[in-house]
Design a protein around this ligand. Structure first.
Ligand code: DOR
Ligand code: ZN
Length: 353
């Protein structure tokens, strides 16, 4: 297909890191230009563990939407999450569900990634919270990696399926789970074939790049995220899943802003900042699979359907007008480098209605 433009129902980002304060104010406009809603990750310092904290954080996000974007008719709804800990109570889950603002609870195995120190040390400690979530239909978002230092970094997702996810789903068969930012063929196959309510988000970087991108001509920290990019065979499995039309797979950028010097460092942070060009990057991936006609459902239908939220009604248009990804953007105490900076994109977000 060689369409010159594509108009789709406005998408949502089902996995996003916004941070807080001036950092949030710096990155939020990029998301608001492309997405109507986003599932906002709770891994702040300290993490968002209570409904009240989530409500306060949502208010700060709403207040940071630039007035000029509102004047252009763009609205943005933050869909909040709670950070699951060993202490999360069934009462807190009930409050979260009743709030109408918290739409999911995030499981970070302790130590798995950025700001996951307060994460779950043993899922047996979360039984009453998970029972309440299953009963109420509140979604569990899962960072699916084991943290055992003896397990190879590239195997941590597939080992998580075998050692944690299968047992978790046997114990809570009706628990609604989103396996976040999947990176392997094993995860794509598991989600496709599993019984019961499970879905997965897929990032632009895992659709576009294999782990070679991290080492292309030297060490490239802006391609480093967790779970880390995998072999080409996995990228192809993810692209196949995303473009298959299966409603269990949907868009979640995992855009994760880190100031430039914290990534270009002797111990660089994990996270790809994809928000400014998210839709263009995804479209590049879908076009490479000759699947532009499958993009709208992946970006705009499957997510709200799984989360039991209404689909958006406004639209967004992307045109085949090439552009170069910026080298960097302003960010508090320095700058921020977007994913694939300097590279060429075939598409560009044009108009919304
Ligand atoms: O690369 C990542 N960055 N993976 C995560 O799970 C967390 C995220 C972040 O918050 O920076
Ligand atoms: Zn994330």
């Amino acid at each position: 297909m060689t369409a010159s433009s594509i108009t789709i129902i406005r998408p949502d980002d089902w996995h996003l890191h916004l941070r807080d304060g001036p950092q949030m104010a710096a990155v939020l406009p990029y998301t608001v230009r492309q997405f109507a809603r986003a599932i906002v990750m709770p891994n702040l310092k300290p993490p968002i563990t209570t409904t009240q904290q989530a409500l306060d954080y949502a208010a700060r996000i709403r207040a940071a939407v630039p007035p000029e974007l509102i004047a252009q008719g763009q609205s943005f709804e933050p869909l909040m999450t709670l950070y699951l800990t060993d202490q999360t109570s069934a009462e807190e889950i009930a409050r979260a569900h009743a709030s109408g603002v918290v739409h999911a609870v995030k499981l970070y195995p302790a130590g798995a990634t950025t700001n996951s120190d307060s994460g779950v040390t043993n899922l047996d400690r979360c039984t009453s919270a998970l029972e309440a979530m299953q009963r109420l239909g509140l979604v569990l978002c899962v960072h699916g990696e084991v943290t055992d230092a003896a397990v190879d970094v590239f195997d941590r997702e597939s080992v998580f399926i075998d050692q944690v996810l299968i047992t978790l789903r046997q114990r809570f068969p009706e628990l609604r789970i989103v396996f976040e930012h999947i990176t392997t063929r094993q995860a794509a196959d598991y989600v496709r074939d599993a019984d019961g309510p499970i879905a997965a988000t897929i990032t632009p970087q895992h659709l576009l790049y294999s782990r070679n991108a991290i080492f292309q001509g030297g060490l490239r920290p802006h391609w480093y995220c967790l779970p880390v990019l995998k072999r080409e065979v996995h990228r192809q499995a993810l692209l196949q899943a995303a473009t298959s039309g299966n409603p269990r797979f949907f868009l979640g950028t995992d855009s994760a802003p880190h100031e430039r010097s914290t990534k270009e460092s002797s111990c660089g942070c994990a996270g790809c900042f994809s928000a400014p060009y998210a839709l263009e990057l995804y479209l590049q991936a879908f076009e490479s699979a000759d699947a532009l006609d499958r993009f709208e459902a992946f970006a705009s239908f499957h997510g709200p359907d799984f989360y039991r939220l209404p689909r958006n009604t406004s639209t967004i248009t992307l045109s085949r007008i090439g552009q170069q990804i910026a080298d960097h953007f302003p960010f508090p105490s320095g700058s921020i480098v977007p994913l694939a900076s300097g590279e060429h994109l075939a598409w560009r977000v044009q108009a919304s209605a």
